[in-house]
Ligand binder design. Structure first.
Ligand code: FE
Length: 134
């Protein structure tokens, strides 16, 4: 299925900063322990930096020790797309934002309960929206 948000490479370059562009549109990986969300413990929602779709809730975030923000489930199954990725001689499952096709990271099968999955996401692919304290 084609992503709903369709932009040319020029348009993406215009609306993303160069580091975000490299991750989301060129499938880059930020160096471990450099991302701003890795040690974020505030409650809220992580949204796609490309299109604003809600992707991961702080309720499913856990300490993986990998240096990347890690979650055991997406906020909604329909917002994340999985694709097999055999680059760098590794068999991995790539994660993409279904709404804009942006590269988010990978999912691995060594996560905690209840799912046993580890969604390993680049901080640069996410913006954090803090939950309003009421
Ligand atoms: Fe997106």
């Amino acid at each position: 299925m084609k992503p709903k948000v369709q932009k040319t490479e020029e348009e993406w370059k215009h609306c993303l900063d160069p580091k975000q562009y490299q991750i989301l549109r060129q499938k880059g990986t930020e160096p471990a322990f450099t991302g701003k969300h890795t040690d974020n413990h505030e409650r809220g929602m992580y949204v796609c930096a490309g299109c604003g779709t809600e992707l991961f809730s702080s309720d499913t975030k856990f300490e993986s020790g990998t240096g990347w923000p890690s979650f055991w489930a997406p906020a909604a199954e329909e917002s994340v797309e999985e694709k097999s990725d055999n680059s760098f001689l590794m068999r991995r499952t790539e994660l993409l934002c279904k709404n804009c096709g942006g590269h988010l990271g990978h999912v691995f099968e060594d996560g905690p309960r209840p799912t046993g999955l580890r969604y390993c996401i680049n901080s640069l692919a996410l913006n954090f929206k803090k939950k309003d304290e009421k």
